[in-house]
Design a protein around this ligand. Sequence first.
Ligand code: SAM
Length: 222
Amino acid sequence: MNDAQWAALDDYYSEELVRQDAVLAAALADSEAAGLPGHHVAPNQGKFLNLLARIHGARRILEIGTLGGYSAIWLARALPADGRLVTLEFEPRHVEVAAANIRRAGLADQVEMLPGAAADTLRRLIAQGEAPFDFIFIDADKPNNPLYLELALQLSRPGTVIVGDNVARGGAVADASSADPAVQGIRRFIELMGEHPRLSATAMQTVGAKGYDGFALAVVER
Ligand code: SAM
């Protein structure tokens, strides 16, 4: 198998099962036109997140790393009418593009975007006594993943689902001696998930339009 075959099969799944609508396609097109990096999840991964949140019955979702709002739209569409998604983004340009995409998706009332460094925002939410989230998607700067996990746990309840993206990085995460801070951040994140007394976790490798990567999935036990 090669990258082209992985991408072709992703296209097939997306055509048959995902059928991304015009709003999602426009979110990607406008993100690209605005020069945002193409680091969003693939359509079949967005639908996967949407299904996970729906299966879980999530009413309150936290996302760390908005980019152009693509995964935020998928996740917010999983919410009931009175549900809420809070998404955190550092880059002002990304905030601007995401806000427009979320507005066009008709989700502005349900999605709150909090600009700024995610760690600061998370600490502020904790200090303010923010109610726990049902579902947390961690997808920002990978060196900070261990910190995000610790802070996310303070915004969790027993049963909260935590998903972390990009945990394979082309297989580089298997290299304990890697000098890449993103690889080391993911390795510590995986170790923390494995050793944390409040978490039960696993991780899956994936291939597809986004190359060879993976995601980690955990549930808060207590
Ligand atoms: N979840 C998005 C999606 O699938 O559509 C993709 C998010 S992209 C992988 C990561 C995002 O995290 C970027 O927009 C980047 O600007 C943002 N980011 C990086 N460092 C951050 C930080 N310290 N605080 C908040 N956001 C940050």
